[in-house]
Design a protein around this ligand. Structure first.
Ligand SMILES: [Zn+2]
Length: 874
């Protein structure tokens, strides 16, 4: 899909798309920026001065750069003794400031001097305000930046496109008691008045504006760690330093591992700060030398943290660290290449973590990442991994499951196909060739292809990857026995949940086939399958055949009933974890696509008896849970019994409490089964146990397995009354860790009493919930069936209030949550509503939500009675 804005979504069709781009006639090489941040001032205004060294390529009397919500007071351009004053006009729509000079500026090097003012907003972008409360209840304010994608222009006038790389020499004038951080090392601090000091930072290497970072506030840091001459620290607001140890280990590991893997040292200077910010929109941001995070993505009490916290922090820190090379050192030429930054970091965080912590079985968990991509990618409203981008709003829309998860999955697929060594060699060629500059996506494929040639394999990487990157959607490969003995026949076509307009697209699929031969041997072969159908020899008398062996293929598989029966006769022996996960995931997708029924899925489940992997269990329970929600409450018991009969024996084997030395997977599985048995199955014994654990936890937090905290909180909320509600709200307010804070906050949408859920709705608009979380709290109410009607009516009747209460960029998340309003009448209302109400930077989110809604409504209509009949007959 090539998405262009039109008048319908607010951007005038008269604005030529290229008017959002700056001309290339004047190019910046260095910025000297001095800012006077103003965290506590009432006006919220700050001022700044900057000198931009520019190269004028051809004589001109106009210089254009980007600004947004900035006023420029003075501008002049100088060279030698010459100084020419310019006049500024700003186009708010294109965010371009045009500076006109009374005479021609000759080609050559000049200096552009600007003084300006901007404002510290509260929308989590640009140079924004973030607040936190200390233990005495006093509020403190930080000012901090978020500049990706096109927000640096809110902080200082700049050439705000990724390929205008330059160096940055920053200084900040701040109150004496505050800490100031930026990309470069703090060189010196000089008093400038009784109250204020000037903090000067080292000049950065050449980089893009979206990677600049300025932070001012009260902070404390971990002790430093040193890796190959770089000083690494974790920063947080005062009182949280004891929660920095795990992140520091991850940050150290990341630099060590990536420097070795990439064969190129970190380019950004001799210090790296990782900073936890109390209010933060995304998970984290890879500003060179000064990475910013949500608190929960960086801080935890290592001794008492749940596995998910540790893994979440590790994944985030490694993701951002890999961006130092992919994104910061080598940068996309324009935002259409954003996906490569993100998919590469997604892939690399997993590669690094899997080698660091093999016992965590990271690649098994990656099945969930790929599955999330395919769920979106099976919609007609999906988009190609790489697509044209013009307006800044379109960039925002690209931070989605396709850019991160599908892109990462496609890289994993080619990595598996060409192998670890060849892939790494290609990446090294790419980084050496393009360091400190900008690239097109194809440059990477060329480097990988070159590495393939060097290794003698001649894989046509560019041809394969171009097809995957520029074709929206993904294929399903159907397989049946071939006519000739010992063969299988495979066909491919696009997989779509609503298969209304079948496409003829074909993908070059590196198809990995595992066969059990007549003699019982396991044989693997790889075929580049790029035609509509093919017959493949797998050996006469074969016992079973598995497609997408190893599970890294970005496609689904449908077996003929005969082949499916043979393969699933013994799934535990025949299939690896990820292969079992994919098999179930494809089966459930088949139900949602109307290709098979919920009964088919129910009958598949017993074949997984004895399953012990949490990811496989999770995907099975996900399908069963979705069926459970299709049934009227009073008719759910037979299905509850089926789910309980499947889950409880395994749970009993695991036991209630962890055994010393048990695997991470066992711990995770216990938590997942505990949760399902406690809520979906309403198992009274499990519920009683949740009460006991909570009581024990309140007396001594260390006495309870941390992996079970969010589970028993979820169960107690599900059965909770007003007293419990108030108790959890209080525990949110007094939480000692970011994780506990989130657990108790988001438990408030998990109750069932509408009266309590109405309180949660009010709470989501109060000052007590930070804006980084409030949209998700509200969205949670749309997902809970006990509050969704109320929350929907509220949203419909108070749309303007909702839009202004939450940061603009988080409103699409609320629109997405409307995808659970899946009764025909409600769905029609939602459809009607969004046809006349715009979601800024959310056109794609809305289109995808509406399509998900159609799929959910169809599933409900097709499967509810079928399921009821089936259950009645059992
Ligand atoms: Zn990223």
């Amino acid at each position: 899909m090539c998405k262009f804005h039109n008048t319908e979504n607010g951007i005038g069709a008269h604005v030529a798309l290229d008017s959002f781009r700056l001309p290339k006639t004047v190019v910046p090489t260095d910025y000297v920026i001095k800012l006077f941040p103003n965290p506590t001032g009432k006006s919220g205004r700050f001022r700044g001065e900057e000198t931009i060294a520019v190269t004028v390529k051809e004589a001109t009397d106009v210089v254009s750069l980007n600004v947004c919500d900035i006023s420029i007071q003075k501008v002049r351009i100088t060279r030698g003794g010459k100084s020419i004053v310019g006049k500024v006009s700003i186009n708010k729509e294109t965010e371009v400031a045009t500076i006109t000079f009374p005479r021609q500026i000759a080609a050559g090097d000049w200096k552009l001097h600007l003084s300006f003012t901007g404002s510290h907003n509260q929308g989590l972008r640009g140079f924004y305000k973030s607040t936190w409360e200390d233990e005495a209840g006093k509020t403190h304010t930080i000012v901090t930046t978020q500049h990706e994608a096109t927000e640096a222009r809110k902080t200082f006038p700049c050439f705000d496109e990724p390929n205008f790389k330059a160096t940055f020499k920053v200084s900040l004038v701040v109150d004496k008691h505050l800490v100031a951080l930026s990309n470069g090392r703090r060189l010196k601090e000089t008093p400038v008045s009784r109250r204020r000091k000037l903090v000067e930072f080292a000049r950065t290497p050449k980089m893009s504006t979206y990677l600049t970072c300025f932070i001012v506030g009260e902070f404390e840091s971990s002790e430093p760690a040193f890796v190959n001459g770089k000083e690494i620290r974790i920063w947080c607001v005062p009182g949280k330093k004891h929660m920095t140890s795990w992140a520091l280990k991850c940050a150290v590991r990341g630099i060590e591992w990536f420097e070795e893997y990439f064969g190129v040292p970190y380019f950004g200077g001799d210090k790296i700060d990782h900073v936890a910010i109390p209010d933060f929109e995304a998970g984290a941001m890879e500003n060179t030398g000064c990475v910013t995070y949500r608190e929960e993505a960086l801080l935890c009490d290592e001794a008492t943290a749940a596995h998910d916290e540790l893994e979440g922090i590790a994944v985030t820190v490694l993701h951002e660290t890999s961006h130092f090379w992919f994104g910061d050192l080598v940068t996309m030429d324009w935002w259409n290449g954003l996906w490569l930054n993100e998919s590469f970091a997604t892939f690399m965080e997993n590669l690094c973590l899997a080698m660091w912590k093999p016992e965590w079985k990271i690649w098994d968990g990656f099945g969930g990442t790929r599955a999330a991509a395919l769920r979106i990618d099976g919609l007609k409203s999906t988009h190609p991994i790489e697509m044209p981008v013009n307006h800044p709003d379109e960039v925002d829309e690209l931070f989605d499951a396709i850019s991160y998860n599908k892109g990462g999955s496609v890289l994993d697929m080619i990595h598996q196909y060409i192998g670890f060594e060849t892939f790494r060699e290609g990446i090294r060629i790419y980084l050496k060739r393009h360091g400190l500059s900008n690239t097109q996506t194809g440059d990477l494929w060329d480097a990988l292809e070159e590495a393939c040639r060097l290794s003698g394999s001649n894989v046509p990487v560019r041809r394969i990857m171009d097809a995957w990157v520029f074709t929206p959607g993904h294929p399903v490969v159907s397989v049946e026995r071939g006519e000739k003995p010992g063969t299988i026949k495979v066909t491919q076509q696009q997989f779509q949940f609503l298969n209304e307009e079948p496409s003829t697209a074909l993908w070059p699929i590196p198809l990995i086939i595992k066969t059990r031969t007549a003699s019982g041997d396991i044989v693997k072969q790889t075929v580049l399958f790029d035609t509509a159908d093919a017959t493949i020899d797998v050996g006469e008398g074969f016992q079973w055949v598995k497609l997408n062996a190893g599970g890294s293929g970005v496609h689904r598989v449908r077996y003929s009933s005969e082949l499916a029966l043979a393969l699933t006769a013994n799934v535990q022996e025949n299939l690896s974890v990820i292969e079992r996960f994919n098999l179930v995931n494809d089966a459930w997708a088949g139900v949602r696509a109307g290709l098979s029924t919920s009964i088919d899925f129910l009958e598949l489940v017993p074949r997984f008896a004895g399953e012990t992997d949490p990811t496989v269990f999770g995907i099975i329970l996900g399908g069963l849970g979705a069926m459970h929600r299709l049934l009227p409450e009073e008719k759910r018991q037979p299905l509850k019994d089926i789910i309980r009969a499947f889950a409880r024996p395994t749970f009993d084997q695991l036991g209630w409490t962890p055994v010393a030395g048990e695997s991470v997977q066992t711990t995770q599985l216990r938590a997942s089964l505990f949760s399902t048995l406690g809520t979906t199955c309403e198992d009274p014994e499990v519920r009683a146990r949740a009460e006991e654990l909570f009581a024990a936890w309140q007396k001594d937090r260390a006495s309870v397995d941390p992996n079970l905290v969010s589970v028993f909180v979820g169960i107690l909320a599900y059965f909770g009354d007003q007293a419990r509600y108030e108790e959890f709200k209080q525990l949110f307010k007094t939480a000692r860790t970011p994780s506990d804070s989130n657990t108790f906050l988001f438990s408030l949408y998990g109750f069932r009493s509408l009266e309590l859920l109405k309180l949660t709705l009010d709470f989501s608009f109060s000052d007590e919930v930070s804006v980084q979380n409030s949209p998700y709290l509200f969205a949670g109410l749309l997902g809970n069936k006990y509050s969704q009607e109320f929350a929907w009516n509220y949203l419909r009747d108070n749309w303007e209030k909702v839009k202004s209460a939450f940061p603009t960029n988080m409103v699409p998340a609320i629109a997405r949550a409307c995808g659970s309003l899946d009764t025909p009448d409600r769905a029609a209302e939602v459809r009607q509503f969004f046809s006349t109400h715009e979601v800024k930077a959310g056109a794609m989110a809305v289109a995808q939500m509406l399509e998900q809604l159609s799929i959910a409504v169809r599933l409900r209509e097709n499967e509810t009675n079928r399921l009821l009949d089936y259950l009645a007959k059992r």
